[in-house]
Design a protein around this ligand. Structure first.
Ligand code: PBG
Length: 326
């Protein structure tokens, strides 16, 4: 054939492919989620998330130290309190599980960026992300009352020394309220990473085992977004940016890559994607069956997130990735 263009020329050898590769994975691109629990003595494996465990404060420090030594630059903390109630009191308690964990990590693992997930679901006896009134099976989550508690929670995390707070609740107006609360508390330098486009998703199933945060009645569809809506996601991000978000996140990842792309293009802020528990569980399960090559699949998926525009990826594979990318 007489072809002027032969795209395969640039694919002929590993060296040529490396030369023209458009997307790279950096070891600092990954955020490791960690679960700290007041109820476990050491570590309690999460059955639906092989390799993930609920950790005592001591085990958390060990895990974070080891992860940091491997090259993990940042972690995001989720707390499981011993006591839950209908006001999420332990979410903003000065000696709450996350507040104590943050202090321990800042002391014991210098240089590790410690982020906190700001939400109420793990601390509410009913498992919803805010103050909730029940009418039979219907759960009404009150926006403004919830925002007040979220502000207290975020400020308490910053006071404990968190490097960044990440609200994941999807209440309206919470980014502006948290920004104002942080500023009033003297935490003008604490950045907010907003879970700005967070969808009501079936992919969160395993996480709710890990965080013990499944709603006892009803679902999250009245506050998390409908998976069919992209324009609404752009409006959500626009609001959070106007309210002061420093970074924005899309969650889940795989099924929402169009939004990573559109949000990055439109707003140009540092953009994160959360590769959630269900995405982890399905590849783990397939790999355990010998149906997928875990390393190759995960690297391809992470490259896809980066190619779609994600600067940062929250992933339970963060430690494995340090090894794979070393
Ligand atoms: C808290 C929160 C959830 C996740 C992160 N923060 C669960 C939910 O909204 O139900 C899910 C993370 C994952 O599935 O890995 N609201």
């Amino acid at each position: 054939m007489n072809l002027l263009r032969r795209p395969r020329r640039l694919r002929a050898t590993p060296e040529l492919r490396a030369l023209v590769r458009e997307t790279s994975l950096g070891r600092e691109d990954f955020i490791l989620p960690l679960f700290v629990s007041e109820k476990v003595a050491d570590r309690e494996a999460v059955a639906s998330m092989p390799g993930v465990a609920q950790l005592s404060e001591k085990a958390l420090v060990e895990e974070a130290k080891a992860a940091h030594a491997d090259g993990v630059a940042s972690v995001i903390l989720f707390g499981i309190p011993a006591v839950k109630d209908e006001r999420a009191t332990q979410a903003f308690a000065e000696d709450g599980v996350v507040q104590r964990a943050v202090r321990a990590l800042k002391k014991e693992v210098p240089g590790l960026v410690v982020m906190t997930d700001v939400c109420l679901c793990e601390y509410m006896s009913h498992g919803h992300c805010g103050v909730t009134r029940f009418a039979g099976d219907h759960a009404h989550v009150e926006n403004d009352a919830s925002v007040e508690l979220l502000v207290k929670t975020a400020v308490s995390h910053a006071a404990a020394g968190a490097d960044l707070v990440a609200p994941s609740d999807m209440m309206d107006g919470r980014i502006g309220a948290i920004r104002a609360g942080l500023d009033a508390g003297g935490f003008t330098e604490t950045p907010i990473m907003s879970y700005a486009a967070k969808f009501a998703s079936a992919f969160y199933g395993p996480f709710r085992d890990a965080a013990e945060s499944a709603p006892k009645a009803g679902d999250r569809r009245s506050y998390q977004m409908d998976s069919a809506n992209a324009l609404e996601a752009l409006r959500e991000v626009e609001l959070d940016v106007a309210e002061g978000a420093d970074l924005v996140m899309v969650k889940p990842g795989l099924a929402y890559l169009d939004l990573v792309w559109r949000i990055k293009e439109r707003f140009g802020l540092p953009t994160a994607v959360y590769c959630v528990s269900g995405e982890y569980a399905m590849i783990k399960a397939a790999a355990a069956n010998g149906w997928l090559d875990e390393r190759a699949t995960v690297l391809e998926m992470m490259t896809g997130f980066r190619r779609a525009g994600a600067d940062l990826i929250v992933t339970y594979w963060a430690r494995d990735l340090m090894r794979w990318l070393a």
